[in-house]
Design a protein. Structure first.
Length: 132
């Protein structure tokens, strides 16, 4: 409970599905929440999903034009009661960092430990998706 009280961001952990829409001639992506608001089937009463998102830089690469591209990785901390899996997406709804609001972060790895008090996930922005 103490770890969860320090999770100041709120959002949704979602399953991702993609399907081809012939009418739009495009692949349509759907996010189905499994934790957070709008998941009454899982016993959630619409309360916000608690979490904490932290940014880390994992490196930079040189572009041909001589500019460096910073690659950011995110760490998403979730309560132990949540079972994130690689490929799921965390969508931040409320955060002290306004730049994180609305950002979709794809979970790449879930790191556990024997004395874990929270779920620690490594993630990348869906817009900048690269394998972790």
């Amino acid at each position: 409970a103490e770890a969860e009280s320090m999770m100041r961001d709120t959002g949704r952990l979602c399953l991702v599905s993609e399907a081809f829409n012939p009418g739009a001639n495009a692949i349509v992506r759907d996010l189905s929440p499994v934790y957070g608001p709008s998941t009454p089937a899982l016993g959630d009463s619409g309360r916000p999903g608690r979490g904490r998102v932290r940014r880390t830089v994992i490196g930079a690469t040189d572009e041909a034009a001589g500019q460096a591209e910073v690659i950011q990785q995110y760490e998403v901390l979730l309560p132990l009661s949540v079972a994130p899996q690689p490929g799921m997406v965390w969508v931040t709804d409320v955060s002290d960092d306004a730049d994180l609001v609305g950002r979709e972060l794809r979970i790449g790895r879930v790191i556990g430990g024997t004395h874990a008090i929270q779920r620690r996930c490594l993630a990348v922005d869906v817009r900048d998706f690269r394998e972790l």
